[in-house]
Ligand binder design. Sequence first.
Ligand SMILES: Nc1nc2c(ncn2[C@@H]2O[C@H](COP(=O)(O)OP(=O)(O)OP(=O)(O)O)[C@@H](O)[C@H]2O)c(=O)[nH]1
Length: 268
Amino acid sequence: MSEALLEQQRLFDVQRELALELQALAQRMQQQVQADQQRALEAQRSAERIVLMLGASLFALGVAIGVAVTRLVARAERLLLLDKERAEAAACRDPLTGLYNRHGFEQARELLLRASPNGTPHSLLLIDRDHFKPVNDTAGHGAGDALLCRLAQLLREQVRSQDIVARLGGDEFAVVLVGLDAQRATDVGQRIRDAVADFSFAWGGRTFRLGTSIGVATFVAGQAEAAWSQALKAADEACYKAKRRGRGQVVVGAAAAAEQGWTAPASA
Ligand SMILES: Nc1nc2c(ncn2[C@@H]2O[C@H](COP(=O)(O)OP(=O)(O)OP(=O)(O)O)[C@@H](O)[C@H]2O)c(=O)[nH]1
């Protein structure tokens, strides 16, 4: 082989090696690029996952906060309602005896009349303790308070659970006897009067016995509101009459008895 041909063959070999190396380099570079692309893709996916998770977490947090706030608001509303109901109930009660006060008494009486069929008679007893003042004067206000509580309890024991019992103020109490006419109400009044007379109250080495004066009146469901005012006035006058007649008596308002065709005794 001639020198020229040999030289050409070497050149050709070098060129082929170079081409192979270049091809290998190109392959490595392509692999590198692919690997980089793969990493970039994974990094992008990771970032997307993180954003997604972050979004989901924020959403869950938002939902949890929303639920917690809703529960808190509902709880606060319940507590407020409870407070309101307690305040309303307290506004209707005499704090000393736990009986209805005048306001609660009026509300209970209105509810009763709304619930009663027209024509149903109900009776009112106005009850005033006789000679209560000396208890305060001789044994002190604490004794007077304790006695009022005992009398309130005694009163509750003498009537039925559906009857409305109230302390209107001082030593004056009132009872609405549900569904009772004047005659039967007078029987209940006498029973109360006798129970109080039998009751003795001991305080600080002293014993007190009290009487009661009771006025009775009747009102009928379905009548105008004025009928209730008249019944109150009639019971008040009857109670006053009982005091004037010497106390310890049950007096029926004349109108209540006459309306029902019953002649009430002057005092019972
Ligand atoms: N302890 C106590 N006393 C009270 C209360 N409220 C009113 N009183 C007193 O109750 C008394 C009621 O007066 P009166 O009805 O005139 O006294 P009374 O001796 O029963 O007179 P008569 O009803 O005419 O027999 C007064 O002395 C008031 O100061 C109270 O909440 N507690």
